[in-house]
Design a protein around this ligand. Structure first.
Ligand SMILES: Nc1ncnc2c1ncn2[C@@H]1O[C@H](COP(=O)(O)OP(=O)(O)OP(=O)(O)O)[C@@H](O)[C@H]1O
Length: 233
């Protein structure tokens, strides 16, 4: 069955690293469905397979077995080129270390995804400015990353992830480098973006606060989903 934009379905996924005799199994029989607009935390101890699962959802890793369906497309069968186009159109990424280009200003960093999607200079500048103002960075547009605080850099990367209006955001420890006050601000911002645009968020995290404020927590243990907790209404 096809799923809609912003939905993800993982069916019977097994994954190992390595080849031949030295294969190390990492994920076992993963079955998940994430609905459009959900804000989901992916938790578990170090080495439990969270990043591997996130990479599978992004199509950066192909499963040994099973299928990964994202926004109605079975990405586990895509070629590299198809995946590249699909990611650009449908997904945004947020990383612990922000991954901004150091020589570009905040505005230029946010404009980048729009250059790849062929927007005119005038339109992309206006759109990047609008979204940077929306994430609270009015007055910081011409600053380079090293002239911004960690929280401000993460705001730039959230703006960059959202500028193409993807239906899904995948985030790997997005608050891992931030103090607790800034963590809460970034969490509130991501929640706001999730609600305003019905963007699906899937966040790998070790932080209790992120898990507590999510709609649902998926726990991994030794490569298996052991518990799925839904937040009480
Ligand atoms: N490229 C790789 N080659 C071989 N083994 C790998 C590779 N990447 C991860 N692993 C192994 O797979 C297992 C799961 O790793 P993964 O990074 O997915 O866990 P994680 O839950 O995200 O951990 P952490 O919280 O420490 O980031 C670990 O045992 C790890 O050593």
């Amino acid at each position: 069955m096809k799923n809609a934009a912003g939905e993800l379905t993982v069916t019977g996924v097994n994954h190992s690293y390595g080849t031949g005799k030295i294969k190390v199994p990492v994920l076992f029989d993963i079955n998940l469905h994430i609905s459009k607009g959900e804000f989901v935390a992916l938790c578990g101890s170090s080495g439990s397979g969270k990043s591997t699962l996130l990479n599978l959802l992004a199509g950066l890793t192909k499963p040994d077995e099973g299928s990964v369906m994202v926004s109605g497309e079975e990405i586990s069968r895509y070629s590299e080129n198809e995946l590249c186009l699909f990611r650009r159109k449908s997904m945004g990424f947020i990383f612990q270390s922000y991954n901004l280009l150091p020589n570009l200003t905040a505005l230029e960093n946010v404009e980048l995804p729009l250059i790849f999607s062929g927007e005119s200079v005038r339109k992309r500048r206006a759109r990047a400015k609008e979204i940077l103002e929306h994430v609270g960075l009015t007055g910081r547009l011409d600053h380079k990353p090293n002239e911004l605080s960690g929280g401000q850099q993460q705001r730039v990367s959230i703006a960059r992830a959202l500028v193409n209006q993807p239906s899904i955001i995948l985030a790997d420890e997005p608050t891992g480098n931030l103090d607790s006050k800034t963590e809460q601000e970034i969490l509130t911002l991501m929640r706001q973006m999730n609600k305003e645009n019905k963007t699906t968020f899937i966040i790998v995290t070790h932080e209790q606060e992120v898990a507590e404020q999510s709609d649902r927590v998926i726990y991994l243990q030794d490569g298996r989903v052991v518990q799925k907790r839904t937040r009480p209404a």
